[in-house]
Design a protein around this ligand. Sequence first.
Ligand code: C2O
Ligand code: CU
Length: 435
Amino acid sequence: MASSAHELIASVGQSQLAPSQYPKTEIWGYNGEIPGPLIKVRRGEYVRRKFVNKLPQSSTIHWHGIRIDNKMDGVPHLTQELVKPGDDFEYDFVAPDAGTYWYHPHNKTWEQMARGLYGPLIVEEDDPPEVDEDLTLLVDDWRLTQEARISDDFGSMMDWSHAGRLGNWVTVNGIGDYKHHVKKHQRIRLRLINVSNSRVFSLGWNGMRSWLLALDGQPVSKPTEINRIELAPAQRVDLFVDITGEEGGDAFLLFQDREQSHKIASFTINAAMRSSLLNAPASLSPNNISEIGNLKTAKKIDLIMEGGAMGRMRGAVLNGEYRNMRDLAASGHLWAFNNNAGLTEKPLAEIEIGQTVIMSIVNDTAWPHAMHLHGHHFRRLDKGDRLGPLRDTVLMERGERIQIAFVADNPGKWLFHCHMLEHSASGMVTWLKVA
Ligand code: C2O
Ligand code: CU
């Protein structure tokens, strides 16, 4: 597809998602590719892309995890108008933090992302750590038919009221049997991005050693060796990987599904790159994100999540009117925050710029949820008020209650929603106003 480096054209395309004995799959992609083109800038540089919409639906682009200028955040009706079929929109913003981010639509996201609209956005450190290779893998979970078509049962209330749209075909960078060549003792910076609608990927590996370097783009204070990681929808992890398997053998990235583990990427190990492994890696330098202020004087926000199958919700307010469950469901609403289904006219809270905020969140549902805050990173508070790592998306288990803290230092209207896309589409979304 003809496109200048400056353009991101969303259009219908073809991609060989399934094995080669199957036909190509009709997808929606940025510049016709799955994933969309890699956007790479240095910390503090501008990202400038003209988004051209050649889809049969209106769309926008959201730059997930970037502490962005609010008017570039891509949320229809809240921060910008929809970009209609045939129209375009100029995105132009600074990427203030180094790390692993991504972009995706923010209209009918449950359908547009499930059809393949997503891409990586990498912001390089001022002095990137030395590695032999920097590799970004986007892990997706497609629902394909027997003929390798994308199943078009998008509005399935069964999915929306349960765990979301779970697929039956996992790809890495749009490929079902992703293969890559590596060398023994090679060190790779591996950036993993969960771009699925609703699948929590429990990932493991063999033939390699891994250190946890960053979560959702933000460096952890000290890299620690890990042998598995849980990646909820929209979450990212940066790993330092050393290839330890035998020459001529393979290393694998594995996805653990109940009792089974599936190989989702294989790495053929060629001759050794060096005679022994490199030393344990040093940490990345942190980004310049405001430190959490005094927790005692912080602004407190309470959020109760309810609804879904096997939930206790009997009704909720929709567009200013209380409706019972049956009426809600009839209009595609199945979940609520503080008894409101979907976006309210007024924000959940108005926050003064610079204020430290503590959100107490209760998951009063029978399902896990991946809660995402736009425009900010937050830390989880544990019982002793100790602060966890910076993240932009946190996985909450059923029945769980957590507290998160952040400094509201970015003015604008910011969404807070479940990143299991069927859940946000059917009610799990609210917004904060920072001014
Ligand atoms: Cu990646 Cu509002 O989301
Ligand atoms: Cu959810």
